[in-house]
Design a protein around this ligand. Structure first.
Ligand code: C2E
Ligand code: CA
Ligand code: CA
Ligand code: CA
Length: 279
């Protein structure tokens, strides 16, 4: 054995692929993450451009693993998706976000909505519509307080099935948001058929804005397209005051990014918001 795991047993034998072994161990641990209360949601606010008020929050998953540390989704989502564990994990996310939204609502934040990210595996799973309906019912939450974020790529993986499920979700009254827009390959015809209320311009286009005229032209085109289809336009990953000003000028309705607020646990977040509104 080359290395001792934190929990005592050997991480991998001589000659064995360390990465494969670690992935196997992670998958085993991930299987129990929900029941052991190791998953947490951080929330990142969305603001009316340029600087508020806040319109809602996006739930972003984190795994506090005793063996692997505090992990961002990119460290465990691929494993959760390939193993199918994303279904029970995603169900927990939906339920927990609804519970938290109910708490905020009861504190007087009646205009807010909470957004949950969905993977393709979840969208294609037969239980999704029931899970969403039950979570809303359990917390007596009006569906207008829930947004489901789906990437273009996710929707396109199984385009017709996705359309059926999204129409059912939309009929429940929840909002649909197209995430990472501009990075996928959906046709305009397909986009037009999607029952989406919101379009999020991918961070990639925002990052280079102000340096790159092409990105500005692309963002202008996306905004025009979104407005034609009657969608709210959100820019994600806004990091500078210059981007904030330019996006507002271009007609973005909603801004999200480190400049305005980083993802944080609910308590820390409320302190920050209270501070912002006092300024
Ligand atoms: P996403 O949905 O595109 O979320 C935005 C990501 O960008 C988040 O990373 C967020 O922390 C980060 N971000 C926000 N503002 C800024 C900024 O100004 N600059 C930069 N550089 N980054 C910013 P995070 O939390 O690591 O999540 C990564 C991805 O994991 C998400 O991308 C989403 O696709 C996925 N994800 C997160 N939570 C869930 C979940 O509960 N279920 C599913 N299926 N996927 C999730
Ligand atoms: Ca998202
Ligand atoms: Ca995104
Ligand atoms: Ca992304």
């Amino acid at each position: 054995a080359k290395k001792q795991g934190r929990n005592g047993y050997c991480f991998f034998e001589h000659g064995m692929n360390a990465n494969v072994h670690l992935q196997m161990q992670m998958q085993q641990n991930l299987r129990q993450a929900v029941s052991r209360n190791e998953l947490v949601l951080h929330y990142q606010p969305k603001f009316v451009a340029p600087a508020g008020p806040m319109t809602g929050l996006e739930a972003l998953l984190r795994w506090q693993s005793p063996d692997h540390g505090f992990l961002s989704p990119d460290r465990f989502l691929p494993l959760a998706e390939s193993s199918g564990l994303i279904v029970p994990i995603g169900n927990w996310v939906i339920e927990e976000a609804c519970r938290q939204m109910r708490v905020w609502y009861d504190q007087g934040h009646r205009e807010w909505s909470v957004a949950v990210n969905l993977s393709a595996v979840q969208l294609e799973h037969h239980s999704l519509v029931d899970v969403v309906r039950e979570a809303l019912k359990k917390h007596s939450l009006d569906p207008s307080h829930l947004v489901l974020e789906i990437t273009e790529t996710t929707a396109m993986r199984n385009a017709e099935t996705s359309l059926t499920v999204l129409n059912k979700l939309s009929a429940l009254g929840v909002s649909i948001s197209i995430d990472d827009f501009g990075t996928g390959y959906s046709s305009l015809l397909y986009l037009k058929r999607l029952p989406a209320n919101e379009l999020k311009i991918d961070r990639g286009f925002i990052t280079e804005l102000a340096q790159d005229n092409d990105d500005e032209a692309i963002i202008q085109a996306i905004i025009a397209l979104g407005k034609t289809l009657d969608m709210r336009i959100v820019a994600e990953g806004v990091e500078t005051a210059e981007q904030q000003a330019l996006l507002t000028q271009l007609g973005c309705n909603t801004l999200q990014g480190y400049l305005l607020a980083r993802p944080a646990p609910p308590d820390a977040l409320l302190e920050k918001i209270a501070h912002m509104t006092k300024r």
